[in-house]
Design a protein around this ligand. Sequence first.
Ligand code: F6R
Length: 616
Amino acid sequence: MCGIVGYTGHHEAAPLLLEGLRRLEYRGYDSAGVAVHDGKATRIVRAEGKLSRLEEQLGKTPVTGSCGIGHTRWATHGRPSEHNAHPHRQGKVSVVHNGIIENHLQLRSRLQEQGRRFDSDTDSEIFAHLIEQEVERHGSDLRLAVARALDGVKGTWAICVVHDDHPGEIVAARNNAPLLLGLGGEANAAPGADGENFVASDVAAMLSHTRRVVDLFDGDTALVTRRGISVFDAEGEQVQRSERYIDWSPVAAEKQGYRHFMLKEIHEQPRVISDTLAGRVEMDRADVNLDGLDLSVGSLKRLTILACGTSWHAGLAGKYMIEQLARIPVEVDLASEFRYRDPIVKDGDLVIAISQSGETADTLAALQEARRLGARSLAICNVVGSSIARASEHVIYTHAGPEISVASTKAFTSQLTMLTLLAIYLGKRTGHLDEARIRTLLEGLSALPEHATNVLGQLAAMQVVARRYMNARDFLYLGRGLGYPVALEGALKLKEVSYVHAEGYASGELKHGPIALVDEELPVVGIALAGPGYDKVVSNLEEVRARGGKIIALGTVGDSHIAGLADDVILLPSVNEVLQPILATIPLQLLAYHIAVLKGTDVDQPRNLAKSVTVE
Ligand code: F6R
């Protein structure tokens, strides 16, 4: 998501910060800023848009000094703009933040009641206020003040703080968001030597200056000066964190050691699921808080989901979830069809536009058409402030972070997570879900990041499967119920990145045509997870087997029957049926990825495809 870089030493900080931020550009951002201490006070320069705009601003209002922090922002709360860009300042405190403050609404209103005023719409500005309050109490120890300020904050953070009265000092803190320290100068340099040190959210930002890094742990706070670093754990005890040497090239560093962005993004999914859930699960009240969304559910008669491609697949899964958990009828339309079909829109209709980029031309036009015809609207987007987010009455964001690989992976799982939350939100309000059922679902959702991590552990198994079938000319993917959109998505991923023809089918349709394709050469991927459709999918797979087709099955741990039927089987943890698609998609993404790598295609930028389809 956002990027952080900090420098304290004996060189001018601003050019070093800019260079570090440039190394983080690949992550995507919408605004940037730096705060540099000139020996007397900290001066902030920020700009909306690309780093060249920040550079221009720095040309007009240069900042000098050898200690500073910088940030590239990818909006999560508050649209992209200069006043929402970091660093945020309060009194003598300047702060940059990556992550999400879950209890920001409560903290903001408490601070406002105390008479504090906010300059931005971000959650991050809260840190500046909290730290300022604590500095008033612990003025001589900036690190301690930061640690105390973090006490009442819930959420994820990597932050860097500088203070007018603490020249040369940077305080860094980490909780579930990456942050590392970079040791400048010679190893074992004498204390007081003319040293320099770095802080960054991503090793790429400091690799041209140092390869010696110290990883902070969750709960750590650290004081960084040119003379050295001191790290304290969550209990406030000073600790020694070990140093490691990075031997990646700068390009490998951008991918954090992964060979492709697609693989990196597949691996980010446990974190993305957590980020999408952050602050939205209210276990005590057995409810979901969708950033204050109020949909007047009582008057809703029908939902129409509009989307394209992978987002459309998420929408299909959303239909199953919402109809099952909230009993509201849902239609799912390809945006490109809806807009030209003279669609029927009635009173009580809500359209939900789903889009990772928020810029897809067909989805935007379909949303505008639905609104013109009188529908209410909600957008589920990943990019804050995007055209679709702005064209909709209501918007909720998925928090997947920038997706660089053209083939969508983590955005899909974040959309599924968000649609599950929405289905629970609606189910509670239609009275279809009681508190016990909601709690079970919320517990299931909260356990998903760990399950997703375990599924990612099957990487090696998917490599073996990929090698076995890489030369197949066609693939068939079969699923039923919530397994059907997973089958469609699995087939789309394979087509996109490996250029192998693949079809996704509702498995009940097998006998209505595609069974004619089955022979010894055809791999059939069957999504046969425990649940109401299981027996039916299995009998379809038996039909494939009887005709000599090869079966790759996704089953549930403990299912020995499927293991006996399939040539290759991937067993997934047992979870509630509505949560299955999130886990089942991961092995299919890996299968597509590995076949593409084996075939030597351009995985991150497959031929003929664009990341954001802004034309019809
Ligand atoms: C598939 C893929 C596309 C997009 C589609 C919609 O991997 O990336 O199918 O899902 O172009 O894009 P968004 O979600 O940005 O509207």
